[in-house]
Design a protein around this ligand. Sequence first.
Ligand code: GCB
Length: 728
Amino acid sequence: MRKITNLNEGWRFLKADVPAETAAAYAVRGEAVTLPHTWNALDGQDGGNDYYRGRCWYVRELSAEEAAGERLFLEVNGAAMTAEVWFNGVKLARHEGGYSCFRVELTDRLSEKNILAISVSNEESDQVYPQKADFTFYGGLYRDVNLIAVPAEHFELLKDGTPGIKVTPVVDLENKRAVVTVETWHNAESVDITVNGETKSVERSAEFVIENVHLWDGLKDPYLYTAAAKLPSGDEVSTRFGCRVFACDPEKGFFLNGCSYPLRGVSRHQDLKGRGNALSVDDHKADMDIIRELGANTLRLAHYQHAQEFYDLCDENGIVVWAEIPYITMHMPKGRENTLSQMRELITQCYNHPCIAVWGLSNEITAASAVNEDLLENHRLLNELCHRMDPTRLTTMADVFMLEIDSPILEIPDINSYNLYFGWYLGELEQTDEFFDEYHAKYPERVIGFSEYGADANPAFHSSRPEKGDYTEEYQALYHEHMLRMIEARPWLWATHVWNLFDFAADGRDEGGKHGENQKGLVTFDRSLRKDAFYLYKAAWNKSEPFVHLCGKRYVNRCEEETEIKVYSNCAEVRLYVDDTPVGTLSGRTVFRFRIPLLGEHMIRAEAEGCSDVMCIRRVSEPDESYIFNKAAASVTNWFDADDIDPSCFSIQDTLGEIRSHPQAGAIVNAMMAKGASERGDVADAVKDNPALQRMMGRMTMLSLLKQGGADEESIKQLNRVLQGIKK
Ligand code: GCB
């Protein structure tokens, strides 16, 4: 018999780095907390990049009653980032990595009254990932802690947090048969393994054949089998598994069970407004409900190992998953061992989940590191580790846009993927299309995907002339409309993942009217509001029932004679009513655009296949200032539109490439940019030394470059005057 006792209650927390001996005294004096817990729920989400990063203590008494059992193990499911377990004054373990489970044996250390003290630290380190990334590194004991009591003969519990049982189904689609290998780790002489009603007594592993196999078939039928193993002592483990075949083709994209199954979905971070990463099972379920509503068939669970409960939900709901470790942004020469141990734990602990299709080696690792031999070697070792531990799955990595496509690092993983933000941070939307077409033409034999794309939007901000950088809900929607079409036209992209489904905490950010948040979510951080772009994807992906969505519900006050009414729907025809009067019917796909005169206050209704949506908008005489975030940029657009430009001379409306092709005009902008670069330091160096980036900037207009660089109105005008004096 195995007894699992949840230990989430009864902890005392001490937000101070004290010696272990001192910490033990806090078992009664510290602040009473219940797990899951993080000490950064508030300061990790309010901006300023000043959240508490240090070592704290969780201390608890453990009674003899709680600790009963022949052999006793402590299970910690998430201690971010580094933890030490002290028991009755003795240090029993240290664990580095904030996202995986680890266990510690307590058996021979027990007394009548015991003190369990766990130090948890999220302080800076040069060996434990992540250290540099665009999200808050919450500290805490933020997942369940359990006690596991087992008989002397039991399944392995210590090695990399193993579940003790590993199931490998190999499916023969043609003969509708699966050969299922079940391996177990234990210290007994034999084990009974049961799969699909059949039991085999073996030493450690057994093979089962399932005829007429019921496939795990993605969203439409995520069927799960169970494998159970039992020792003579009574110790038992079980795991669910699924029988499915994943495959990738450079020309045809992703396949599930032999059928084309383009992976189209979103990424997710594990945090919530006001709660940090200390999520409950209900929080995970609520997130999955939103993913189901969206209709995504894949999730990139970024940028680290997520909770087992969440992979379970993906198994149950048929969501194909990209799982990864937090080897991110900056390669650390002393961090190699940590990347390997985090990958070992990820694969050991998550292997049985049928939802997982690929292991991600790293994310944007060349953003702040050169591609040198140490970095390459680290990736080779990770890649080999994945293949050794799991020959059934592919490896991939998420590359930063400025990584040259002929870089040797791209040859390491089985399949590739890029994070591209053209049309947001840099460049124009269409450059995404060009990028993938060039890649696909140059490397037709390589599988390529789109691992991140997105634009920040604060649903308070609105515009009828949305543009990059304005943080409006409308620009985010336009951005995604472009990307949706771009993706639809390229079925060879094996997977695409919107960055991100939810706004999330990045305490170093301060932009778009919010502190400490990355607002690229399709849904707000507290999950209370779905932005318009959410419904674009819902219209494209969710076919379960007809729906219609009116965009711009929060854009009530409009200062224009005529306005656009945009509708997202999964129906083929949409009817529009203004103040109950029909004004038109449009046929199409996903996006339906109407234009209506704006006279006063109007009730707008859209209808399609028995469903409808309503909103109220009104005409105002002055623009509603509360809708504008970037007031300076908005004013630049206004004066510039009105400006009289002589097209026979250079202007800031020309691209950097055009301007640079003229000696005099080129010298002027080069001098100006060199001055800007010397003020910006290492970021500018990365740009200077990067031909891909240089090419991309060459295609951007001087105006958009200046705006992105944060140039003020006066210097933009000044440069325009100078350029207007130079004949083309
Ligand atoms: C990226 C990173 C991700 C960031 C995202 C962004 O490329 O992989 O962690 O949050 O960009 O929003 O800038």
